[in-house]
Design a protein around this ligand. Structure first.
Ligand code: ADP
Ligand code: MP5
Ligand code: MG
Length: 539
């Protein structure tokens, strides 16, 4: 897949267009030098999305949805209002356009002062507005442009003059990183072709791609009733069908705006496009699920609750930090029985592993009492945080939430990664144990960040664990769109041979007994780390 998670977006933009993700935060110096208020203060980045869209008086779609979605996902959201609509759950009763020169003024105010990462567009009701936006983007380049070509509301009301179609296609799409039409909009953009099947959505995505965006997402929320809500993602080479559960609810007003601004928020946080789209789709699905029985208004299409997570302690708004795949290099997995055998506390074992060079730690405490485990986990969170090493918890989402760990690792018979993502939010790390390509595909679809694959060698740590060998490992790695850490019977004697396989997405090895069923955990870790580093250098 060309857009593996967490890699910078690779396809270079045409020269006239906005800057690439791989470039630094700003490609051009800010036109106005920022006065230094606190010279010595460390700059705290705050991912910033600017939405250029219409106001929805009912509060469910448009600017209001964008601001809530960005807030829910941890991004700052500024807004340029293109139109004010009189709208409610029954439909759109009126549209009042903001004068074009005043839209230019708003754009100038925001873009000349603030470091905007991503611009997201919604309702752009006139040709002049599209033109002004393109001019502003050329003057003030941003990292990415997300275009939601809003033309008709879900209620069927027109939100854009038909004359804007050509200028959307010819000017704005060529500058866009992603364009996200729903099926009706895709049809309009393509001169009225009808879209009834997923195959039609693929054809439409390929045709829209030719207008110049880097990626296209044709959304299937309004496709005929089925148990799934399917969107089609296209990167110019491969079509990916993003399948989610279709939530049975009338509260779908604003899904399109929310999806696009969530993509923008994730891009602003540094995600790759496909990852951003997956997080955004999961977010919409979760929000609809939490809001399916809410009632606001008397019309057929109600709004939903973007901030549903505020009602689910512990107020998880997602972290600003994305998962770094390189942290899988030397993955230390603790085992309480081994620690007991050697008289080590969990904290001491973790400290020693980190001092020896472990790059990520998982607490796998199968026999521990919850209260005792939580206390140890809290102490380990502090130890790991001070060393910049992520700490994951095996299985126990409750413990991970209670100690604010960096993530959770689950097996095939545990709670699903999709559910874990819903519980932990978009910013946490989720790993899944996988033995087959199908399981790897499922982990990817569920929004996991990495997979653990094994047992590579026979192991005594886990009962009834079939051995995959190098061939099984290679098969799963090749099929996996996620980074992989190899596990199962790996020790100082065989770890080098695993890394020497040279499989691109095999990022490291996970080790239990070879580190923790030993007296000197730090020395063992240090030794293993140097073996891995040497093996990597020899590939
Ligand atoms: N009932 C639903 N259940 C789950 N996801 C949905 C539902 N309706 C829409 N979606 C999702 O919401 C996002 C926005 O899609 P859509 O509603 O088609 O866009 P628009 O609001 O622009 O018409 C898509 O990811 C789509 O799959
Ligand atoms: C101001 C404004 N912008 C966009 C939409 C589309 O949202 P949806 O397709 O979910 O009705 C809308 N109804 N109002
Ligand atoms: Mg919708």
């Amino acid at each position: 897949m060309s857009s593996a998670p967490l890699q910078p977006i690779l396809r270079p933009h045409p020269p006239s267009s906005i800057s690439s993700f791989s470039s630094p935060r700003r490609t051009q110096p800010s036109p106005r030098a920022r006065p230094c208020r606190l010279a010595a203060a460390r700059e705290m980045p705050w991912p910033h999305v600017l939405t250029v869209a219409g106001s929805d008086s009912g509060g469910g779609a448009g600017i209001q949805a964008d601001v809530k979605a960005c807030a829910a996902l941890g991004a700052y959201c500024s807004s340029v209002i293109t139109a004010v609509t009189a709208q409610n759950t029954a439909g759109v009763q009126g549209v009042h356009l903001v004068p074009e020169e005043f839209i230019r003024k708003q754009l100038n105010s925001v873009l000349s002062d603030m470091s905007v990462d991503v611009v997201k567009t919604g309702m752009l009701p006139s040709v002049g507005i599209v033109r002004i936006l393109c001019e502003s983007l050329r003057k003030f380049p941003v990292k990415a442009l997300v275009v939601d070509p809003v033309m008709v509301s879900t209620s069927g009301d027109s939100l854009s003059d038909p004359s804007t179609l050509a200028n959307y296609r010819d000017e704005l799409f060529a500058m866009a990183d992603i364009v996200t039409p729903n099926v009706k909009e895709a049809s309009k953009l393509l001169g009225g072709v009808s879209l009834h099947t997923v195959s039609d959505m693929r054809d439409a995505a390929a045709s829209i791609y030719k207008f110049g965006p880097r990626y296209v997402l044709v959304k299937g929320g309004d496709m005929p009733d089925s148990s799934e809500a399917i969107d089609v993602f296209y990167d110019g080479k491969e079509f990916i069908e993003l399948r989610g559960h279709r939530i049975k609810t009338c509260n779908t007003h604003g899904t399109g705006c929310t999806l696009a601004s969530s993509i923008a928020a994730e891009l602003a946080k540094g995600s790759t496009m496909l990852h951003a789209v997956r997080v955004a789709k999961n977010f919409v699905e979760s929000a609809l699920d939490h809001s399916k029985d809410l009632t606001i208004g008397n019309g057929p299409q109600g709004p939903f609750d973007h901030l549903f997570r505020l009602k689910c302690p512990p107020y998880n708004i997602g972290s600003q930090q994305r998962f770094n795949q390189d942290s899988l290099f030397l993955y230390a997995v603790t085992d309480s029985r081994m620690n007991k055998r050697w008289g080590h506390s969990i904290e001491d074992a973790v400290k020693a592993a980190i001092e020896g060079g472990a790059t990520i730690v998982q607490l796998r405490e199968k026999d521990a009492e919850s209260r005792e485990f939580l206390e140890a986990a809290k102490a380990c969170v502090e130890i790991c945080k001070s060393s910049g090493v992520p700490l994951l918890i095996n299985d126990r989402v409750d413990i991970a939430l209670a100690c604010n760990a960096d993530g959770v690792h689950v097996g095939q018979s545990d709670i699903s990664a999709r559910k874990v993502r819903e519980l932990l939010g978009p910013g946490k790390i989720i790993g899944v144990s996988c033995k087959t390509p199908a399981q790897a595909e499922q982990a990817w679809n569920d929004g996991a960040d990495y997979i653990g694959c094994g047992g590579v060698f026979p192991t005594t740590t886990k009962a009834n664990n079939p051995t995959l060998g190098f061939e099984g490992l290679k098969t799963v790695c090749l099929a996996s769109k996620l980074p992989v850490v190899a596990i199962g019977g790996i020790n100082a004697t065989n770890a080098g041979s695993v890394m020497e396989l040279g499989i691109p997405n095999l990022k490291g090895v996970a080790v239990v007994s070879a580190l923790f069923d030993r007296e000197h955990v730090m020395a063992e870790t240090r030794n293993l780390r140097s073996i891995l580093t040497n093996a990597l250098c020899s590939v």
